[in-house]
Design a protein around this ligand. Structure first.
Ligand code: PSU
Ligand code: MN
Length: 300
């Protein structure tokens, strides 16, 4: 395993000094945002975590190894690799063996964070049950991973491109702890309110950290999902974003987009349809999630 896991100098130093780390995913960089905003976002989010005296560790597969933390050069290279693989549990091993460059989704980032002993992970939004999932069976492997791997994931909820009620039902079935942070309702990525009650509410990062450790003590597999609402001044009202989501979804059906391509296609179309407004919100909420993840990590 030591040969497979590569720690950036910064992450290595944090480990040696027993300082907390927060994992960050890389699919958001390669498949979630256009260049150069993706690189700017990645740098900014890492800096936010450092400002809390916590070490950021962006995770990706490069040069046949699992990189826990990326140097500036590696981050730049990844943000400029448009054909990087989008990796989940199913294809992580094959990518390592073939030596390709791979970006990790929520699921793959959780696996790698666990291997590296990192408990907290910040991202934008998680994958979930797609609309029409009862027909297509398109359910993100992120949900299964939350059931299996003990990492606390801070996200702004699930996007309304998904079926949020079904996503919450599946998470409940799988025994995943799902919190809303600071409010009763589960957030919906661009908007603060999905209209659905969150199963759990947390107002204090320390409780989230303690619940994470208690799951470990109880021997419960699986992690926690913390839905952190986007800051009010960056929110896109539901009535503005909904028609764009509907348009993107119809296009995806017409073009018969399937499997791994669905989420990147929808994100890209909504970015275009909103003339970039969706991206500004996306960046603001990832920054907000990085703050909360750093606070949770400090309590662990
Ligand atoms: N949702 C977002 N932004 C993202 C993703 C999801 O709002 O960038 C990415 C994450 O990496 C997530 C993945 O783990 O898409 C889910 O893909 P799929 O739906 O194919 O499982
Ligand atoms: Mn899918």
């Amino acid at each position: 395993m030591n040969e497979l896991l590569w720690f950036s100098p910064e992450a290595e130093a944090a480990r040696r000094e027993n300082r907390p780390l927060v994992a960050l995913e890389s699919t958001i960089i390669t498949h979630g945002m256009p260049f150069p905003q993706n690189l700017e976002m990645a740098h900014k989010v890492e800096q936010i975590i450092r400002n809390h005296d916590v070490c950021p560790a962006t995770i990706a597969i490069m040069d046949g190894r699992i990189c826990i933390g990326l140097t500036d050069e590696q981050l730049k290279r990844l943000a400029n690799t448009p054909d990087a693989r989008k990796l989940s549990r199913a294809d992580l091993a094959e990518c390592l063996v073939t030596g390709q460059t791979g970006a990790t989704t929520v699921a793959a980032t959780m696996i790698c964070a666990r291997l590296a002993g990192i408990d907290v992970f910040a991202t934008g939004g998680i994958g979930g049950v797609h609309r029409g999932g009862e027909q297509s069976f398109d359910i993100s492997a992120d949900l299964q991973e939350l059931a299996k791997t003990r990492v606390t994931v801070v996200a702004a909820g699930a996007k309304a491109i998904l079926d949020i009620p079904k996503t919450l039902e599946v998470l409940e079935t799988l025994g995943v702890a799902v919190f809303a942070y600071g409010q009763d309702r589960f957030p919906a990525f661009w908007s603060r309110d999905s209209g659905l009650a969150a199963p759990l509410r947390a107002d204090d990062p320390e409780i989230i950290a303690k619940a994470h450790m208690m799951r470990g003590q109880l021997g419960l597999a699986g992690g926690q999902l913390v839905g952190n609402p986007v800051p009010e001044d960056s929110e896109i009202p539901a009535d503005v974003i909904t028609p764009m989501i509907e348009a993107a979804l119809s296009e995806a059906v017409a073009k018969q987009i399937s499997a791994k391509a669905v989420t990147p296609f929808l994100l890209d179309r909504i970015f275009e349809l909103s003339k970039g407004a969706s991206l500004a919100t996306n960046i603001a909420l990832v920054e907000n999630n990085a703050q909360l993840a750093a606070k949770i990590a400090r309590h662990l």
